[in-house]
Design a protein around this ligand. Sequence first.
Ligand SMILES: Cc1cc2nc3c(=O)[nH]c(=O)nc-3n(C[C@H](O)[C@H](O)[C@H](O)COP(=O)(O)OP(=O)(O)OC[C@H]3O[C@@H](n4cnc5c(N)ncnc54)[C@H](O)[C@@H]3O)c2cc1C
Length: 417
Amino acid sequence: MEYDCIVIGGGPAGLAAAIEAKDNGADKVCVIERDRELGGILNQCIHNGFGLHEFNEELTGPEYAAKFIDEVYKRDIDIFLNTMVIDLTKDKEVTALGDNGLIKLKGKSVVLAMGCRERTAGAIGVKGFRPAGVYNAGMAQRLINMEGYLVGKEVVIYGSGDIGLIMARRMTLEGAKVKAVVEIMPHSSGLNRNIHQCLNDFNIPLLLSHKVTEIHGKNRVEGVTIAKVDDKFNEIDGTREYISCDTLLLSVGLIPENEISQKANVSIDLRTRGAYVDSNMQTEIPGIFSCGNVLHVHDIVDFVTRESRIAGKNAARFARGELNNSKYIDVYAGDKLIYVIPQKIALDDENGALICFRSKNIYRNPTVKIYSNDKLIKQKKYKIIVPSEMIQIHLKYDYIKDLEGNIMVDIEGEKND
Ligand SMILES: Cc1cc2nc3c(=O)[nH]c(=O)nc-3n(C[C@H](O)[C@H](O)[C@H](O)COP(=O)(O)OP(=O)(O)OC[C@H]3O[C@@H](n4cnc5c(N)ncnc54)[C@H](O)[C@@H]3O)c2cc1C
């Protein structure tokens, strides 16, 4: 089967990319999704908070996904469900396994939109057996919201990322007692609004600078030991505390699903664990694009949509032989940033460039400054910048068309924990 654009993954990234590819002249477009339905992680996110930027209203995850699923079905886009992509070559040959057996497709362009997976208990190395009752927070969310199983009654949550915070509220609403959210960092890695709406409103304690040192119980979790940590994350003597519980939910990070990308020799940035991309969202392999959580972990789906439209549009341009940028400069993250996306900007692209980054620390009243060859080309003031909130800044074509030196993005302001 031959396609102008093959989209791998039917979550919000894949859906927005497919619609945009089709609307920008890619004739034959398909979406390959391993799950039984389109929508990705949004299907299990039954809370609201989606769509504020995109639709100016607060939608639930399934409502947000439905808007894009409807648009996909209105177009002549082939959908393969229950179909898992197992191989991709740099010549854009895709092998997938699904209801129709093993299928082979060839694309003029491919969009990688496989999302990310959760870090598991093994990755954090907590002492103890591995009894029943230890779940990744996202898995527990799926079991409760989609399969109808309450995973426990007395709960400790390790990690204060958004999934952990949202699950603290969800478990409470379902009748469980959430005893604490334990976070090793001195600040939460979740959005501020989630700390208020999911913890403070339900009197759930957030224990910052604490770690879980031991899981107790052999067949089922019986409790956990927690302790305070110093600024190097070492346990502080005499601070151990036992909390009895039957469930430990882990919300300790997400990992972009790039095994398929690496089969096609797509280069991976060790900071984002996603592909190196240019401002067209094109990886270092011509015609292979990447967007959404497989590129870098997003906190807000609206930003996934925005980025994925760029990927889809340019995948269509590539398929039509019209993506011919020739002048590129590199983009670097300054000392105060964890990373910046894209890593390269095409100067001769009239759409300009969307810059995304995360800070390493909390800054109050900071200014984001963008330099080219030490010359300030753009600055923007913020009330607060926190590591949990990704920042996006659009650089118009006028700002970049005549640049000669590489770009550096950084924050000016005092660190404030
Ligand atoms: C618990 C939770 C709460 C959130 N809350 C909010 C919120 O309140 N507001 C907000 O704006 N955002 C929220 N987000 C963020 C938002 O949901 C994500 O950023 C967004 O869903 C990412 O979209 P994606 O398409 O990149 O990935 P996903 O939604 O993960 O979709 C990826 C898709 O690719 C498929 N796939 C993967 N590998 C393959 C393969 N090999 N073959 C075929 N298919 C494959 C997967 O099955 C999946 O359907 C939340 C996220 C989580 C996890």
